[in-house]
Design a protein around this ligand. Structure first.
Ligand SMILES: Nc1ncnc2c1ncn2[C@@H]1O[C@H](COP(=O)(O)OP(=O)(O)O)[C@@H](O)[C@H]1O
Ligand SMILES: [Mg+2]
Length: 352
């Protein structure tokens, strides 16, 4: 666990970058620091590994003040990932990843094989190890940055806007990859971003900071969206807060109808306005009019219990029937959530 105990950072010119910050980043969780540019996120992060020293207050790592730990020793247990990866341009990818193990005195063979294993772990072809950073895309470089930070298996990972410089599609896949990795590795992660959507997606807990380095709110994402502490947080969260909150509403209780499916060869005769054509192997084909006219129309799917109400609603909005198609892990149709069923679930979500 990382503890900020009344931490203040005042720079030499008098700028107060962080003001009396107290919070905990629990072991094995992702704590996100989010806020507008200049609110002290980077300063806060760098005080953890003592790239910057606090002016007042203490930061504790599992109860020990970091001020009492020799910086090189401290940093051995803390991986650090920055925007644009910060790779050494003149070193091959494999040597970039092996940097810390080599510093720790591992023999070359062991350090390299560890590096190769990590490249695979972050979703890269180990053959890329022989390339130089400029021969990789921005997203691939960012993955290397994560691999390098993980190389010596540190319990703590600090990430400063690591995905901010890549395009939205790559960013999404890097975020998914981080969540997947974290499910295996259970690191104590402090993640800095200015992007509230990223904060909500990645954070177990989210600390919203305001300029002047003051903590505006510390909460889990669901609470943040449903109970913003003040106008600053409300504005920072943006306008579609209600829709985004549905990300945290489950679909396990959603009522499904199983009487709205027909075989793909259906030629009409249903009293329903829309029926779902299903292939011989149980997969959705498209929505057909109950009277059999027209071609199959687009459908949207969700996985009950795994996907959120936001996904279910999105699936419903993608189809002319207004219904969302529930599919199992195998991709086969499990049923249909009608507008009425979605409505009921939404009403319940609004209540609770
Ligand atoms: N070395 C420095 N000297 C003086 N002021 C600084 C220094 N580094 C950062 N600051 C100021 O401290 C505040 C917080 O900066 P920073 O932690 O980088 O914010 P963020 O990462 O949230 O954008 C800003 O006002 C910034 O200009
Ligand atoms: Mg910053």
């Amino acid at each position: 666990m990382i503890t900020f105990d009344a931490v203040t950072k005042r720079y030499a010119d008098g700028t107060v970058a962080v003001d009396n910050l107290s919070l905990e980043a629990p072991t094995g969780e992702i704590t996100v620091f989010v806020g507008p540019s200049g609110c002290g996120k980077t300063t806060s992060l760098r005080m953890i590994n003592r790239m910057i020293d606090a002016t007042e207050g203490r930061i504790l790592l599992d109860g020990d003040p970091v001020q009492d730990i020799d910086p090189p020793k401290l940093r051995r247990g803390i991986g650090y990932v920055i925007q644009q990866a910060g790779l050494f341009p003149h070193k091959k990818i494999v040597d970039n990843v092996a940097t810390v193990p080599l510093l720790l005195g591992w023999d070359r063979g062991k350090a390299r094989s560890r590096a190769m294993e990590l490249l695979e772990r972050v979703g890269l072809d180990p053959a890329m190890g022989e390339r130089y950073p400029f021969q990789l895309s921005g997203g691939q470089q960012q993955r290397v940055g994560v691999a390098r930070a993980l190389a010596a298996d540190p319990p703590v990972l600090l990430m400063d806007e690591p995905f901010s410089a890549v395009d939205p599609i790559v960013r999404t896949s890097l975020q998914d990859e981080l969540l997947r990795l974290q499910a295996e590795l259970n690191k104590t992660i402090v993640f800095v971003t200015h992007d509230i959507d990223e904060a909500i997606k990645l954070g177990d807990r989210v600390a919203v900071l305001r300029v002047g380095g003051r903590l505006a709110q510390l909460a889990d994402p669901k609470t943040l969206l449903s109970e913003p502490a003040d106008d600053f947080v409300r504005e920072f969260l943006g306008h579609d807060r209600g829709i985004r909150r549905l990300q945290f509403v489950g679909t396990e209780g959603l009522r499904l109808r199983t009487d709205l499916t027909v075989p793909a060869g259906f030629s009409g005769g249903s009293p329903e306005p829309w029926v779902l054509a299903v292939s011989d192997d149980g997969r959705p084909v498209g929505w057909l009019r109950g009277d059999g006219g027209g071609e199959p129309e687009p459908y949207g799917t969700f996985r009950p219990g795994r996907d959120s109400m936001r996904s279910a609603l999105d699936a419903a909005l993608l189809s002319p029937s207004g219904c969302a198609v529930a599919v199992g892990e195998d991709g086969k149709v499990a049923g249909v959530a009608t507008r009425e069923a979605l409505d009921e679930a939404l009403a319940e979500a609004a209540d609770g």
